[in-house]
Design a protein around this ligand. Sequence first.
Ligand code: GSH
Length: 218
Amino acid sequence: MPRYTLIVGTKQWSSWSLRAWLAMRATGAEFREVTVRLRRPETRAEIRRLAPVDQVPALQIEASGAPVTVFDSLAICETLAERHADAQLWPTDFAARAEARSISAAMHSGFAALRESLSMEFARSLPTPELGSEVEAEIAAIQNFWRGALDKYGGSGGFLFDGFSIADCMYAPVVSRFRTYGIALDPVLDAYCDRIWALPAMQDWLAAAKAELESGLC
Ligand SMILES: N[C@@H](CCC(=O)N[C@@H](CS)C(=O)NCC(=O)O)C(=O)O
């Protein structure tokens, strides 16, 4: 059996770590977790001791042959999808998969204004800040992605592409941001966010983020 070690950042803040961690949990495989405290002078050096980059997440895989470290959230998700086909981290239908990949890549490479203005504060509730036109346009674009996927592929599974997929992992931090900053959604998208928030993996991440807050780690 492969041995996985997932290196993540402070759970209150690390949205990219959450994405990889949700995919890891969705595989059902056992994994060890190492949390690096972010926003400290030693953060980058600490990550560098564990991975060939200075950002989290990274996934160390001990399989047959030489150990491998995969870094970058989307590469980790792709690698897990490849290694755990039974978890169906991508939809099986070609058209659904193409769209799931597209909106996942769009999240990974875009929505910079939203990420900047509504930074992830997983266990907090904060006042809605003044949203500039760029942030509003990005929120509308995300809502269109979600609505489009749910309408076309959502089925009865309740997730963007029916069963839980990497697309849901990629947008889970946005669900958290919408909650934290009280961004209003229509009932269908609200219900989607509630389903994501209620996932046992999200609740476990929340418990860890709360513990970080309580112990003054962030
Ligand atoms: N594109 C990368 C982004 C990773 C990233 O920005 N990670 C942040 C934490 S969420 C980080 O490691 N920052 C290092 C630091 O704060 O020093 C990915 O998808 O994994």
